[in-house]
Design a protein around this ligand. Structure first.
Ligand SMILES: CC(C)(COP(=O)(O)OP(=O)(O)OC[C@H]1O[C@@H](n2cnc3c(N)ncnc32)[C@H](O)[C@@H]1OP(=O)(O)O)[C@@H](O)C(=O)NCCC(=O)NCCS
Length: 149
């Protein structure tokens, strides 16, 4: 099954939380699934749907690296049983599309080392040394400059 990009649509900050919980923060308190900036002006959350089921999520925040302008991607996750079928790439494409539609700018994220290859396929590049996020393992910052659409 390949994900249809048409099945990506904005969802609320509340809707992304169950998937964050089971994929990104299993075993942690549900309160940990609300991220700073989730409800801020300019933040946007995308959901990927297989029928009625929300199977993937990604969130964008108006937060540049080092306090400058830009967009931070966070909370990128797909359910284990749909991985490799295109939902992650479709979500990332929706995020890039949103940044472009909003005038472009740098899109960046803290990427788990295991996910670096996924982001590279979408054009992001590693722009930092490895660093440890306690409890989440080694990460690198990855970024891409998105042109205005
Ligand atoms: C990373 C993640 C979001 C990818 O989602 P997905 O739905 O599997 O992605 P897709 O099926 O759209 O894959 C797109 C492409 O990336 C590749 N890919 C997917 N995950 C990859 C990975 N971890 N490393 C390298 N390549 C990867 C796919 O093979 C596919 O390649 P193709 O274009 O040649 O076919 C998903 O594996 C996930 O939720 N992982 C656990 C949570 C996580 O690590 N999130 C990222 C936090 S930084």
């Amino acid at each position: 099954m390949d994900a249809d990009p048409a099945l990506i649509r904005p969802v609320t900050a509340e809707e992304v939380r169950p998937l964050r919980h089971r994929v990104l923060r299993p075993g942690e308190g549900y309160d940990k699934t609300a991220y700073a900036g989730d409800l801020a002006a300019g933040s946007v959350h995308f959901g990927a749907f297989a029928g009625d089921r929300l199977v993937g999520i990604a969130s964008l925040y108006r937060e540049g690296r080092d306090g400058g302008p830009g967009w931070r991607l966070r909370g990128m996750a797909t359910d284990a049983d749909v991985r490799g079928t295109g939902f992650g790439a479709a979500l990332l494409a929706a995020c890039v599309g949103h940044v472009g539609a909003m005038g472009g700018g740098e899109l960046w994220c803290n990427a788990r080392l295991a996910a670096v290859g996924f982001y590279k396929r979408a054009g992001l590049e590693v722009v930092s040394d490895e660093f440890d996020l306690p409890g989440f393992g080694l990460h690198v910052i990855m970024a891409v400059m998105v042109p205005a659409a």
